[in-house]
Design a binder for this molecule. Structure first.
Ligand code: SAM
Length: 269
């Protein structure tokens, strides 16, 4: 069954998504919202968006709210996206790590994990698969994190992975797994994933990171949300640590706590 959404219904859903995730959906996103929620309305046997809104905001169906957020986030990502950032990472890696030092990176809008495993390949290349490095991946969307934890992808997604890394760190699927690849367990054991909403006022500090990747998520946020999200990340950065945003993003007017060292790279000094 196809559904129409009226202006009032669209406003209700978009402000619910804004309140939870900080994501702004302009009127131009009406078709996107309708398309993504239609399957869910069908599955629940509902006739209108008003009915679904009542369902999703009813405390008795708390899981449905997460389900809706999962449907409405945009999770586009790929391995070695914006490759200059990984070149930069290589350049700032200490040649050797001190006794007891662990190099820590946070992929703060990790989606299906392509960014986190790209970082893992760079760190494994530098410090070895048994080296002292850790990657923490987080996202508001629970279903993408399930795939991230599995580290299992369609072979088409390997397109941008350098051949040497593909051979060293990825296992080509055989038999039933033909057409897929799996991130080697020796890399996966350095990478953990956790569900985390960056838009929570006064979010807890989640670690001490040398580098945070916050790429291609600020584009969905208005200025107050960007300010809140970036303020949430700063306590989890080491002094001297780096924050990297996407190539179309900037922290101009968002924080004074970080110093810009390149167009999309900031440092806590
Ligand atoms: C377009 S993807 C970017 C993935 C990756 N960082 C990259 O650059 O390829 C944006 C991700 O941000 C996540 N996201 C959106 N709002 C969020 C929030 N409030 N807290 C945490 N993650 C959020 C989405 O679920 C989505 O997976």
């Amino acid at each position: 069954m196809a559904y129409e959404i009226n202006d009032t219904e669209f406003k209700r859903f978009s402000s619910l998504l804004y309140d939870i995730a900080g994501i702004t959906l302009t009127d131009a996103k009406k078709a996107l919202l309708t398309g993504r929620l239609t399957k869910r309305l069908n599955a629940l046997g509902m006739d209108t968006f008003t009915q679904y809104f009542k369902h999703v905001t009813d405390a008795a169906h708390a899981d449905e709210l997460q389900f809706m957020v999962d449907l409405l986030t945009t999770n586009e990502t790929y391995f070695f996206r914006e490759p200059q950032h990984f070149e930069f990472l290589r350049q700032i890696l200490p040649p050797t790590l001190r006794q007891g030092q662990v190099f820590r990176v946070w992929s703060a809008a990790a989606s299906i994990g392509a960014e986190a495993y790209t970082i893992a390949m760079v760190l494994a290349d530098k410090y070895g698969v048994d080296g002292a490095w850790e990657i923490h991946g987080t996202d508001i969307n629970n279903s993408v994190l399930e795939q991230a934890r599995r580290g299992h992808y369609r072979i088409a997604e390997a397109e941008k992975i350098p051949t040497a890394y593909l051979k060293k760190y990825c296992l080509k699927g055989k038999g039933e797994q033909q057409g897929t690849f799996l991130i080697d367990k020796r890399l996966r054991q350095h990478v953990g994933f956790e569900q985390l909403n960056l838009n929570v006022e006064g979010m807890r500090k989640i670690g001490d990171f040398d580098v945070i990747f916050l790429r291609n998520v600020l584009i969905y946020f208005d200025i107050p949300t960007k300010q809140r999200v970036v303020a949430n990340l700063i306590p989890s950065m080491k002094n001297g640590g780096y924050l990297i945003v996407g190539h179309s993003e900037s922290l101009n007017g968002i924080t004074t706590a970080l110093t810009q060292i390149k167009p999309t790279i900031y440092r806590r000094l």
